[in-house]
Design a binder for this molecule. Sequence first.
Ligand code: UTP
Length: 292
Amino acid sequence: MSQRIRKAVFPVAGLGTRFLPATKTVPKEMLPVVDKPLIQYAVDEAIEAGCDTLVFVTNRYKHSVADYFDKAYELEQKLEKAGKSELLAVIRDVLPRHVRAVFVTQAEALGLGHAVLCAQPVVGDEPFAVLLPDDLIWNKGPGALRQMADLAEKESASVIAVQDVPQEQTGSYGIVATRDFSGRHGEITAIVEKPRPEAAPSNLAVVGRYVLSGRIFELLKRTKPGAGGEIQLTDGIAALMAEERVLAYRFQGRRFDCGSRIGLVEATIEFALDHEDLAEPAREYMRAALAR
Ligand code: UTP
């Protein structure tokens, strides 16, 4: 698959129970870090990696994700009349002109593997990316997906993002075993969903960025429900490994687990401290708050 990825899938049909009650009406992906919703950070990363077709796998409660990427005529007119050209650019730049957004529905939350499979009619059989927007990855240089797309193209292989986690946290992640790890990548020889620390083959945890061969769709169709009665992407990847090379890639950048409350708080602090206008007042406020 020495082909450059053009399509990115965003599975956003989960229930987001960890952010209840907010997620009763606000999808987790629309929670903001400073002034942008989580989904925007992931979309920007996909576009920077070269993707021009974005496939959002949503459910019937998530109209706000589609609304967000739609044109806001009334708002644009008002900003234009008021001469607020900077703000106008901000809302127009949500999606650049050359990028199209496609929405598909996952009728029932049957798992991440099932959500990815819902994107098959749009993706076809070409290599593609999957981004989980609640993993916010921050890098001053090229984004994590761009790094992965470069490697996938060079190595003609699927690539999965991994990061080292403390041994006691393996039960929260998919964990991989690898061989010939050099530099930042190695070939995956085994992948296990949420192993207990004593059963984990390593402490390399899969995080929410994937570049996958289109072959995964056929394999996901055959995947039986696994852990939690859900169709697991991990099981589909395990089947893919039996046929094709799948690489683990330790990306350059910092990941915030914004699917958890503390992760979202950490990202908010970090992004505020890096923000042009907010850095100084945020720092001042934090100093005062910590001194209380
Ligand atoms: P999570 O495991 O984070 O589940 O899903 P969740 O429902 O979003 O959140 P919690 O745990 O209840 O708080 C990982 C990713 O897979 C998507 C989610 O939207 C999230 O991006 N997903 C999960 C689906 O799109 N469909 C599913 O059936 C399950």
